[in-house]
Write a protein that binds this ligand. Structure first.
Ligand SMILES: [Zn+2]
Length: 352
């Protein structure tokens, strides 16, 4: 198995499509070349034992959108909703990027649509990629785009990113404030949850505000999943989950993927790359204690956030695994954290 001495990692969130699509990103072919830019490419993934994960389609704010806060709102207020046609165009570009990567990969990367495919790819050292949309901004309220995207391979959907849309409102990033920052799901948002349940698309609660979280929890018939968030008790960021939210995830037999962003890990939420690995281990300890060893995994946010220099990029994953082993996680526990929990939750959500 692989080059790493540790179990292969299946990861809950990366933004490599965003990086490759950016002005200096290099496009799909750059995924196959070892780079020192960003966090993730195929050579570094192989080196670090990163076996696959969720690949996020994220929509940048339109260039003409003014960053000026509205009168009476704090500068950290949510950015405005974005136009659905613009969002759809941007989503097509990022989704096509993932298809092009798959096409050029000589079978080394495969977009997976079933749990059996996911398991088989991990066993055969083919990189499974789950097509994930970070925010349903591109989806119309008739849900036509949802059905088309599902047929194209969409298997995971965050209702929101950090902005409002027709379905819900994302949480504004604040420190030492409650994640209860705005309204819950709209009626269209409730319809979207039901449609995702029917299609068996995983619903990701990361980025939802607290009311939105509880609305999803009350409605969904699938396990609750936060793909890239941490424990609020250890880092009081609105992007993290309070103890009652973690308890609801445990009761639903869902899971949480550890976000590697130092400002969502640290007690002081500082954007400090010299953050030691111990801070990540402490979050894992807390999450495992709270929701159980079967319900915690990784959701690195590679290529989307500032991470600890001790990991550096995806090739540094073995250092995190090693720190967890030193902390007392045995081989069985490490397998669960590395990929088995994700496989289990996706099997429950997608069906066999
Ligand atoms: Zn995110």
């Amino acid at each position: 198995m692989g080059r790493s001495a540790f179990p292969v990692v299946f990861d809950g969130h990366n933004d490599v499509l965003l990086r490759l699509g950016g002005p200096d990103g290099g496009g799909p072919s750059a995924f196959f070349e070892r780079s020192d830019k960003g966090h993730l490419d195929l050579p570094r993934a192989r080196e670090g034992g990163f076996g696959g994960g969720f690949f996020a389609v994220w929509i940048p704010a339109p260039k003409e959108q003014t960053p000026e806060p509205a009168p009476g709102r704090t500068p950290k207020a949510l950015p405005p909703a974005i136009d659905a046609a613009y969002a759809l165009r941007q989503s097509m570009a990022a989704t096509a990027m993932l298809f092009r990567i798959e096409d050029r990969s000589n079978g080394e990367l495969r977009i997976v649509r079933t749990a059996a495919e996911l398991r088989r790819c991990l066993d055969e050292e083919i990189m499974p990629a789950v097509l994930h949309m970070e925010g349903a901004d591109a989806v119309d309220t008739d849900l036509d785009a949802l059905h088309v995207l599902y047929r194209a391979g969409l298997r995971s959907l965050g209702l929101v990113w950090g902005r409002p849309n027709a379905f819900a409102e994302g949480v504004a990033v604040h420190f030492r404030r409650s994640p209860d920052t705005g309204p819950g799901l709209t009626e269209a948002g409730r319809e979207l949850v039901r449609a995702c349940n029917n299609l068996r698309i995983m619903i990701d609660v990361s980025h939802l505000n607290e009311r939105g979280f509880w609305d999803v929890a009350a409605l969904t018939d699938a396990p609750l999943v936060a793909s890239h968030s941490n424990a609020y008790a250890l880092c009081a960021s609105t992007r993290n989950l309070t103890d009652p939210q973690l308890d609801a995830i445990a009761v639903s037999d869902g899971m949480i993927g550890l976000n590697f962003a130092v400002n969502f890990l640290r007690e002081d939420a500082a954007r400090d790359a010299s953050t030691p690995l111990g801070v990540m281990v402490r979050q894992i300890d807390y999450l495992v204690e709270r929701v159980g060893i079967d319900r915690v995994g990784f959701g690195s946010d590679f290529d989307g956030v500032l991470i600890s220099r001790e990991i550096g990029d995806v090739s540094g994953l073995p250092r995190l695994m090693s720190a967890l082993r030193d902390r007392g996680y045995d081989d069985r526990a490490l397998r669960k954290l590395a990929h088995e929990n994700w496989v289990r939750v996706l099997r429950k959500t997608w069906g066999e």
